[in-house]
Design a protein around this ligand. Structure first.
Ligand code: KIV
Ligand code: ZN
Length: 518
């Protein structure tokens, strides 16, 4: 039997740090449930000390998810570690992930204050001690403690080895060697992991973890080299989302290890048939599209179009396919729902798509489904998913769209009239704009009096055809807080207005909560 490589998913922590994305607790829980179905070994649910929202999300995921270990991130700071301990209190298998900068660049750049030492050499002694203290403190809250040596990819090897050895002696069960800036190349990163195994005397007492960023497009290659060199945990995110160019895409790592098991000689416990569904859920909730040519989960990953390829593929599939679409959960679904499909049929289809709804959520989704089915001849799986993400609101709705009227045309000034239901009554008003969408958003801004700024607006057709549903994603910013608003409708102007309101509702909920200083 080949050795197992544990899969550590950090979509909810490192992935959520992707520019312009924010997930609420409820959205994090939806993703965590799907990650549990995917059967990853560890879910890093957040960084509890960063904000009350993140604390609450880690707490919720810890309470609700069984199976994978639930992990929370901290700096090597007592308050952070205590916050992790509290947020993870209900987790079945808690893990605290703590650590500190290991490269000279990080140490001299981030710890400039003289209380960390006057010279770089002094600072390095102090940082080492902080690493040890952090692991010891974390062990008081959890038996499973992962230590990260930030920017290990650019660290001085001897110092890195000393730090890792000290962290293991202090009680770290897993040691993470992050290539934080995506600087290394595969041979070099692999050699780093190998020398760690050779030079750190107590390394056998911990699992080596690889955590690679994609600044040079090498995150997956570096991770795989790390595994070849002896790492037995791989960290990454679904669709490779994350800071800057992102993290190693877990679906790619998993499928490389599986498809080329003959070469790597290891296996993971991931249920690959859940990969596609997980990818779409993460894409929808983060509002980050999956490029069509993306490996493993892109829309074209299994399409063949050139004559020679199609001919070969039809004669024998293996000529041009090294994985089968069904291996990653892409199923040709021609089950078409219509207005005559009852609640039961809808629930059944949603369950096959991996969504379990409460009765109240199902009723809500059903009403919306009927409205769409009335307008469209066929309702596809993608339509259902869009309805679901649109209709199931994680937070109390402060504003609800009651009425939208648009006046527009080639020789008319686009004008929108809106009426919103609020707790104590209605708000209504009208505005003109540069186009119907602009007019609708301006009318909503005017009646709500919001100061939110629209930073990004995206629209995509959920399915093909002129009757297709349009899904709108907006990124709103107010007082430094950013939220993603989302909505779908066969009427793209209505979808835009609803997405804008969804964002305003999220902001209104967020701005009533205080922020903890990191
Ligand atoms: O990239 C990195 O160094 C990290 C650590 C916090 C683990 O994400
Ligand atoms: Zn990272």
């Amino acid at each position: 039997m080949s050795e197992k490589v544990a899969v550590f998913d950090t979509t909810l922590r490192d992935g959520e740090q992707a520019a312009g994305t924010r997930l609420g607790s409820r959205e994090k829980l939806m993703i965590a449930r799907q990650l549990a179905r995917l059967n990853v070994d560890v879910i890093e649910a957040g960084y509890p000390a960063s904000s009350p929202q993140d604390f609450e999300a880690v707490e919720l995921v810890s309470r609700e998810i069984e199976g994978p270990a639930i992990c929370a991130l901290s700096r090597a700071v007592p308050a952070d570690i205590e916050s992790c301990g509290q947020a993870l209190a209900k987790a079945h298998r808690p893990r605290i992930h703590t650590g500190i900068g290991a490269s000279d660049i990080h140490i001299s750049g981030k710890f400039q204050d003289e209380r960390y030492g006057k010279t770089l050499a002094d600072k390095k002694i102090r940082i080492l001690q902080m690493a040890v203290d952090a692991v010891k403190l974390a062990r008081q809250f959890a038996d499973d403690v992962e230590f990260y040596a930030e920017d290990a990819g650019r660290a001085e090897p001897a110092y890195l080895f000393e730090m890792i050895a000290a962290a293991i002696d202090a009680g770290a069960t897993v040691v993470n060697i992050p290539d934080t800036t995506g600087y290394t190349v595969p041979e070099q990163y692999g050699a780093l992991i190998r020398s760690l195994r050779e030079k750190v005397a107590n390394i056998a007492r911990a699992t080596i973890s690889v955590h690679c960023h994609d600044d040079l497009g090498l995150a997956v290659a570096n991770s795989l080299y790390g595994v070849l060199s002896g790492a037995r945990q791989v960290e990454g995110t679904i669709n490779g989302v994350g800071e800057r160019a992102g993290n190693a895409a877990l679906e790619e790592v998993v499928m490389a290890l599986r498809t080329r098991g003959d070469y790597f000689g290891v296996h993971t416990s991931v249920d690959a048939r859940e990969l596609f569904r997980t990818s779409r859920l993460v894409s929808d909730l983060l509002g980050i599209k999956v490029p069509p040519n993306k490996a493993v989960v892109g829309g074209n990953a299994f399409s063949h179009s050139s004559g020679i390829h199609v001919d070969g593929f039809l004669k024998q599939r293996e000529t041009y396919e090294i994985m089968r679409p069904e291996d990653v959960g892409i199923v040709e679904s021609r089950v078409v729902l219509t207005a005559r499909t009852g609640r039961h049929g809808l629930r059944d289809r949603l369950q096959k798509l991996g969504y379990k709804l409460s009765q109240a959520e199902l009723n809500q989704a059903y009403q919306r489904f009927l409205a769409i089915a009335d307008k469209k001849q066929e309702v596809f799986d993608e339509d259902l998913i869009a309805i679901l993400h649109d209709e199931i609101h994680p937070l109390p709705e402060i504003y609800r769209l009651e009425y939208l009227h648009i006046y527009s045309g080639t020789s008319a000034i686009p004008t929108a009239t809106v009426r919103l239901r609020v707790r104590d009554g209605v708000l209504s008003g009208a505005a003109i704009g540069d186009g119907p969408v602009d007019a609708a958003c301006k009318a909503i801004s005017q009646v709500t009096g919001t100061a939110a700024r629209l930073e990004r607006y995206e629209i995509r057709a959920v399915t093909s055809g002129t009757e297709a549903m349009g899904e709108v994603t907006v990124l709103l910013e107010e007082q430094g807080r950013k939220v993603v608003g989302r909505a779908a409708s066969t009427d793209v102007i209505e979808a835009s207005a609803r997405a804008f309101l969804d964002g305003l509702n999220k902001l209104a909920n967020l701005l009533t909560a205080p922020v903890l200083k990191g």
